[in-house]
Write a new protein. Structure first.
Length: 140
C-alpha cells in the first residue's frame, strides 16, 4: 500500500475535497510544486490554476483562483477564494471571459484598469487550461 497524506481543498463557500492522496501538485507563485507524504512543512501562495491530487494512481483536477497552500506533517490544506472540480468549470464562460479580456486589452480605452483586465485574462486562461488537461487525462 502506498503512503498517503490527507488533503483538504476548500473555497470561501465550501469544502471541495477531503481525503487521503498519494501526492498533490499545485501552481505556486514561484512555480509548480509537488507534495508527497512526509514533505517538510511549507506555506506558499497559489496562482490561479490547477491543483491535482493523485488518488489510487488516478489524478483528480481542481481549479483554484489563487489562495494559500499549507503543508503540515500529515495534512495539506488548499485555501482558495474560488475552487471547483475541473469538470464543474464552465468552458464556454471561460472562453467568453478570455475573449472579453483580450478585446479590452486590445482597445486603447483611457479608463481601462489594465491590472484588473490582466487578472481576468489570467483567471480565464487558467480555467481553460484546467478544462483542457482534465479532458486530455480522461481521454475525451
Amino acid at each position: 500500500m502506498a503512503m498517503t497524506i490527507h488533503v483538504d481543498v476548500v473555497s470561501a463557500e465550501k469544502e471541495i475535497y477531503s481525503g487521503l492522496v498519494e501526492a498533490v501538485f499545485a501552481t505556486a507563485t514561484m512555480g509548480e510544486i509537488g507534495i508527497y507524504p512526509r514533505h517538510t512543512p511549507l506555506l506558499t501562495s497559489l496562482k490561479a490554476g490547477e491543483v491535482r491530487v493523485l488518488v489510487n494512481g488516478q489524478e483528480e483536477q481542481f481549479y483554484v483562483s489563487g489562495g494559500m497552500l499549507e503543508v503540515q506533517p500529515h495534512v495539506v490544506t488548499v485555501l482558495a477564494d474560488t475552487a471547483m472540480r475541473a469538470d464543474d468549470v464552465d468552458e464556454a464562460a471561460a472562453i467568453a471571459a478570455k475573449e472579453a479580456a483580450e478585446k479590452s486589452l486590445a482597445e486603447s480605452a483611457e479608463k481601462l484598469d489594465y491590472a484588473e483586465v490582466q487578472a481576468q485574462l489570467a483567471e480565464a486562461s487558467a480555467q481553460l487550461r484546467v478544462v483542457q488537461r482534465a479532458r486530455k487525462s480522461a481521454g475525451r
